[in-house]
Design a protein around this ligand. Structure first.
Ligand SMILES: Cc1cc2nc3c(=O)[nH]c(=O)nc-3n(C[C@H](O)[C@H](O)[C@H](O)COP(=O)(O)OP(=O)(O)OC[C@H]3O[C@@H](n4cnc5c(N)ncnc54)[C@H](O)[C@@H]3O)c2cc1C
Length: 410
């Protein structure tokens, strides 16, 4: 019997692909027809690359064919305009090694994942079909379209229909709390100037938008993905229109406007929600699992959600295999999915949430930037920290900063 996956973004596509490699058939349903766009910053972290490679190195060879900008690090700009360049790797060599991250338009990346789906005989892809009701039946779930016609019946439902998932809210009881949710807008531009030569993505913590940030991510054809994001409770408290604020920054911020002097916006400024992984909630139940944004799995500091959606999709597929072989789809058995997702992503979310709260204090952010700025050993430590969670934890310890201030050892 087929596993049914609703939503064919990175989370749903990854679940279908992993199931396929495990020899388990699935039906993957999406309301849109691919290629389709998704409002996003388009940054693909090392997590995405690792997961694709782990599934099948041949996929990575095909990934090399899609339009993408290699990314070697992150440029942070503090509210006092101090610039901190944090490479993903110490002493990297762009000419000799593959890049650790990329920026690729979601139109291209998601379509690439779907092209991988199309290569697999045991995935039945249904595009342009909007799921209406997911009805609980004795043996699992019955999936219906908008007109009430049955699309599939499945012993196990994987819900990957994104941030606005009705199933997550109404049937799985996921709560949407503003302090665990972010709002963001983005638009594509061409002719933006002043990029880092090695394609660093840029996060600007500008004075009047902290605790949010403005981003400029380079795209392969000389374009840029430009956006602004902030935790939803702060947007509400400040009464902000993110669209207006973004335009204001581009047209009049002294550190930004020069870079957009010759730039042209291609298309509208579009917005979408980001359910953050900082609230710990149950993401499975009898006969179902929530994957990606439907399960609120976006990093609360960086806003990274593509890699996490794919990770949770892979874990859901493994859990599906275990359930099928034991013929057990009980809520108790499904708990293993929650536990594994928490083991893989939970500590990252908890650290990011605490850092996010620290950075929401402007003075603290400036003080930290002053300490880090041009401190090469510390920048190297932070590069290490990017790849190592235990090193990242040190940032939360006041002693770490006190020792640093005194010039002591870390
Ligand atoms: C402005 C912004 C910037 C971001 N920047 C980044 C970034 O740079 N890097 C990063 O890693 N993450 C970023 N994110 C987060 C990232 O976009 C999401 O975490 C990611 O898309 C989650 O993937 P998903 O598969 O869970 O959901 P989605 O990508 O949203 O896919 C859900 C799919 O479900 C389908 N669907 C929905 N309802 C139905 C239905 N009723 N029937 C059938 N199909 C349905 C949709 O058509 C869609 O294809 C950003 C988010 C925003 C809003």
């Amino acid at each position: 019997m087929e596993i049914c996956i609703v939503g064919a973004g990175p989370g749903g596509a990854a679940a279908a692909l992993k199931l396929s490699y495990l020899g388990i058939p699935s039906v993957l349903i999406d309301k849109q027809v691919f290629p389709r766009d998704k409002v996003c910053g388009d940054a693909l972290s090392g997590k995405v690359i690792t997961l694709l490679n782990r599934l099948d190195p041949a996929i990575m060879q095909r990934f090399a064919q899609i339009p993408r900008q290699p990314v070697w690090g992150i440029r942070f700009i503090a509210p006092n305009r101090k610039v901190i360049d944090l490479p993903f790797k110490v002493n990297y060599d762009p000419a000799a090694e593959p890049a650790p991250g990329f920026v690729a338009r979601r139109m291209d990346f998601d379509n690439f994942l779907i092209s991988e789906v199309r290569r697999r005989d045991n995935i039945r892809l249904m595009e342009g079909v909007e799921v209406g009701e997911m009805q609980r039946i004795e043996e699992g779930y019955r999936i219906k379209d908008k007109n009430g016609a049955t699309l599939a019946e499945t012993p196990l439902l994987i819900v990957a229909n994104g941030a606005h998932s009705q199933f997550a809210r109404k049937q799985a009881g996921m709560k949407k709390e503003l302090k665990h949710y972010a709002a963001a807008v983005r638009a594509y531009y061409e002719n933006v100037s002043g990029f880092h030569p090695d394609g660093f993505i840029e996060l600007h913590f500008l004075e009047d938008i902290i605790p949010g940030y403005f981003w400029i991510f380079p795209l392969p054809d000389g374009g840029a993905n430009v956006g602004l994001g902030m935790r939803a409770d702060f947007v509400k408290k400040k009464g902000l229109s993110l669209r207006k604020k973004m335009e204001e920054i581009i047209h009049s911020h002294p550190a930004i406007k020069g870079r957009f002097a010759r730039a042209r916006r291609c298309g509208e400024i579009e917005g979408y929600g980001l359910p953050l992984g900082s609230s710990h909630q149950r993401i499975s139940g009898e006969h179902y699992m929530l994957v990606g944004d439907a399960g609120h799995l976006i990093d609360p500091l960086s806003g990274e959600g593509i890699g996490n959606a794919m990770y949770s999709g892979f874990i859901a597929a493994d859990q599906a295999a275990a359930c099928l072989s034991a013929n057990d789809f009980s809520a108790e058995t499904m708990l293993a999915y929650d536990k594994r997702v928490d083991r893989v992503l939970g500590s990252e979310f908890r650290i990011s949430y605490r850092l996010q709260k620290m950075l929401s204090h402007k003075r603290l952010a400036i003080w930290m930037a002053n300490l880090i700025h041009k401190n090469r050993p510390l920048i190297e430590f932070m590069t290490e920290m990017y790849n190592d969670l235990s090193a990242r934890k040190k940032l939360l310890n006041p002693l770490f900063w006190i020792k640093l201030l005194g010039g002591g050892k870390r």
